[in-house]
Write a protein that binds this ligand. Sequence first.
Ligand SMILES: NC(=O)c1ccc[n+]([C@@H]2O[C@H](COP(=O)([O-])OP(=O)(O)OC[C@H]3O[C@@H](n4cnc5c(N)ncnc54)[C@H](OP(=O)(O)O)[C@@H]3O)[C@@H](O)[C@H]2O)c1
Length: 286
Amino acid sequence: MFGATGLLGKALIAAWKADAVAGLGSKDADIRDIEQVRAAVEHTRPEWVVNAAAYTDVDGCESNQALAFDVNWHAAVNVAQAAKDFGSRLLFLSTDYVFDGLATSPYQANDPRAPRSVYGRSKAHAEEEISRIFPDACIVRTSWLFGVGGKCFPDTILRLAPSRPEIDVVNDQRGSPTYAADLARAIIALCHAGASRIVHATNTGDCTWFEFAREIVRSAGLNTTIRPTTSERFVRPAERPKYSVLSSESLNRYKIFMPHWKDALREYVVARQAAEPGANPPRKTG
Ligand SMILES: NC(=O)c1ccc[n+]([C@@H]2O[C@H](COP(=O)([O-])OP(=O)(O)OC[C@H]3O[C@@H](n4cnc5c(N)ncnc54)[C@H](OP(=O)(O)O)[C@@H]3O)[C@@H](O)[C@H]2O)c1
């Protein structure tokens, strides 16, 4: 697995108990170097190569297009080529940001790509080239990832909330938050099912970032007021899709079902507290 030191990678390592897993970070193999990738894959010749490595700083990608395209596109193709050459299956992680966000109902796996950001374009190019050179590959699109042990939206809100009476959060982008531990379980099940082609894997249900933030402070029993704002008032370098809910049909076809994001969030708040005892305790219910 490439990207083992990332948010999703850590969750995959923690969840993948039934099989032997070799997890690599960028210090073990820089996926931009085809020789390092080939050596790593040849060394273990795994049944599956999972590529969760990426340059995920969406705003950073706007000013660093060369790096974004190198890591998220060309290097992802290196990984796909090596997996194919050494007889492994490939599962590549992609994103809801390959869509333009103009839809009003959930995106299907075969809907046309129309990315609006450098990050989205880098991933869309990778998807296209990987599908061409390795049609049997499984491309798993996910969205709004959060998890223990890394920077993510709930962590930011929970760090800010205790010292802020109010936080403004955009209320005009809608998507599905996805808990890394749930996604890890889905990815493992997809590998065991021999999945191929594009699959959408997110927690079920959808919300805006404002609604997500409100639920985060509620779950942690905090009193901070979350106020809705707009993308126009909160301008960022990369344009985000206004609507990027992904249909779960492609995942459900494999009889894999993911929990609702609110249940996932509750699990996250408890797991974060256990991993970081100083963190905000979850709210007592019942
Ligand atoms: N985060 C989200 O909200 C989100 C949403 C949709 C899709 N995704 C996709 O889901 C996947 C996992 O995301 P994540 O949030 O877990 O990522 P992350 O926490 O940012 O971790 C990125 C991983 O990529 C590795 N990496 C970066 N550049 C590399 C290079 N040149 N060579 C080898 N490894 C390299 C990093 O290794 P080191 O740490 O060792 O440098 C790290 O393990 C990515 O494909 C991402 O595009 C994420």
